[in-house]
Every structure is written in C-alpha cells, then in structure tokens.
Design a protein around this ligand. Sequence first.
Ligand SMILES: [Zn+2]
Length: 74
Amino acid sequence: MNPIQANPETTGVKCPRCSELIKTSIQELITSSSIRCPKCSLQLVIDKFKSKEALSALHKVQEVQNRVNSKSKF
Ligand SMILES: [Zn+2]
C-alpha cells in the first residue's frame, strides 16, 4: 500500500500511529525533511517516503496539476 495519497484535493500522508491524514503539499513533501501529525504529534521523516514509487506517484499528480493549470490559461 502506498502511504501517500495521490489526490490533489487531499494530498497528505497517512499517520502510521493514529491513521489521521496529515495534510501537506507535494512541494512540502519533496522539500521538507519531516512533517508532524496534528493529532498525535508523531514526527514523520519524509525520507522514508521518498521511495521511487512514492515519488513517481507525486510527479504524476504534479503533471496532472500542471496540465490543468496550462489548460485553464487557454
Ligand atoms: Zn498521528
């Protein structure tokens, strides 16, 4: 199972402790080193999620978002 949900509306990481969806942006996931769960304060080191699969899923979301953005300009 991929812990990162590739939905642009609810991009986030599911907390492994309390199952809360920790909302974060794709940019934050790529650039930050860690995020904190707002519910149980568990700190997640994002490096653990930077697997090939997770990153390719994120890039797909970004591609779709870029496409949507460029379409809306025309
Ligand atoms: Zn949590």
